[in-house]
Write a protein that binds this ligand. Structure first.
Ligand SMILES: *Cc1c(COP(=O)(O)O)cnc(C)c1O
Length: 410
């Protein structure tokens, strides 16, 4: 296909998406207002950007940022730290804090994200399983949402200490949960087991909707700062937010009992975390526009997309069935070529621990592995699903997607 024909398809897609785009902009407006109200309430000022060294006692910036996160996420308190090495670490601290030997964790959205398996069910010393925490799992129902009847029955029978939900699709063949489904899950669980803590892997979901899980009944959420809430500026880190006691238990796992959330120097990261959180609702809207645009053009070219271009979104991931290995690899190579960093590199499929097929990954990002930045990857096997996500600006996202299509259709 020549460039002109592709440009015409892109223009048509964009025209068709105007009302979808307005929806994302509306959500960004609501969420930005909530962020700004929290900044005002907690008096964010230049003094908050100074940072501390050493033990990090009385870190005004850290303490203020954690209040801002808590407020915006509808939580009692929050722990926002660059010393979480990634989202997996934040989620794991949330779980290790909430669970004791003999307790049960019931996952109600199928298997947790791959990187958590070793910590939850793994045989290694130090896993939750090896500490005597029992794991049970329910699958999603055929409509892609929670299986309400089974959740009610299992929660009543097991009285689990934790019911666990993963909001985003991650890299599974499922859709994201919507906020009201998370709220309903919390209601269902608490109606039969009031002491159960509802814990949500919130990765990729922040600011996609107008409310976050804690505002609708979840007890604890956790996620990564190099995804949505970092706004593209946070250089590293993760967060946990929710009920104050559970947040402090998580802090005692990040540090240790007796220290908890009291310590943790911020060095020079303060401004980036504030500014990133300020930008995040907008940046998420840019990523969502990029995904809808990609879906619309790919649909016009005859590819299957999940969600479809105009469909409701619960996370910033776009799944595409690219039909052949060649398409998948070239699509990723085009994403890389259209990226601001390492545009000269050509990703090729390689072996990855934990995968039974080769995986191809494209990420030309400013922050290593940051997937609020445009990136794409997929296991090189049937049905050749590409998982596309991010886009710091719609303009660059669109450019990257068109670069991928050019490469694939060449
Ligand atoms: C990204 C992600 C995580 C955490 O992954 P990290 O790479 O450790 O930040 C967990 N769950 C889901 C659904 C994710 O998308």
């Amino acid at each position: 296909m020549d460039t002109e024909k592709l440009a015409a398809l892109a223009q048509e897609a964009e025209d068709r998406l105007q009302s979808v785009f307005r929806g994302f902009e509306h959500t960004a407006q609501i969420n930005t207002a909530r962020v700004l109200r929290a900044f005002r309430e907690y008096r964010v000022s230049e003094a908050c950007f100074a940072g501390t060294t050493g033990y990090g006692y009385d870190d005004l910036g850290r303490e203020t940022l954690e209040k801002v996160y808590a407020k915006v996420f509808g939580a009692e308190s929050a722990l926002v730290r660059t010393t979480f090495v990634n989202g997996t670490h934040a989620i794991a601290c949330a779980l290790y804090g909430a669970l004791r030997p003999g307790d049960t964790i019931l996952s109600v959205t199928g298997a947790p994200y791959d990187t958590l398996h070793a910590a939850i069910t793994g045989a290694a010393r130090g896993s939750l399983a090896s500490c005597g925490v029992h794991y049970r799992q329910l699958e999603l129902s055929p409509d892609g949402g929670p299986d309400w009847e089974n959740i009610r029955a299992a929660a009543a029978a097991l009285r689990p200490a934790v019911v666990y939900l993963q909001r985003s699709r991650g890299y599974a063949d499922r859709r994201a949960l919507y906020t009201e489904e998370i709220g309903r899950a919390a209601d269902v669980v608490k109606s039969v087991s009031p002491d159960t803590a509802v814990v949500v892997d919130n990765c990729y979901g922040e600011f996609v909707e107008e409310r976050e899980p804690c505002a609708v009944g979840a007890d604890l959420i956790a996620g990564s700062l190099i995804k949505n809430p970092g706004g593209g500026l946070a250089p590293m880190g993760g967060y946990v937010a929710g009920r104050a006691d559970l947040v402090e238990y998580a802090a005692e796992r990040l540090t240790l009992p007796g220290i908890g959330s009291e310590c943790g120097a911020t060095l020079n990261t303060g401004r980036l975390l504030f500014q990133g959180f300020f930008l995040a609702p907008h940046t998420v809207s840019q990523a969502l526009k990029t995904m809808a645009f990609a879906a619309a053009v790919l649909e016009a070219l005859g590819f299957e997309t999940f969600p479809a271009a105009g469909e409701r979104r619960g996370d910033i991931i776009q799944t595409v069935r690219l039909k052949t290995a060649d398409n998948l690899v070239r699509f990723c190579q085009g994403i890389q070529k259209g990226s601001p960093v390492d545009s000269f590199a050509a990703p090729v499929p390689g072996d990855m621990p934990g995968y039974d097929s080769q995986v191809v990954m494209a990420a030309g990002t400013f922050i290593q592995g940051a997937s609020l930045e445009l990136s794409c990857d997929g296991p090189v096997r049937e049905p050749y699903l590409g998982f596309l996500q991010g886009g710091l600006t719609y303009e660059a996202g669109k450019y990257g997607v068109l670069s991928a299509l050019e490469e694939m259709l060449r």
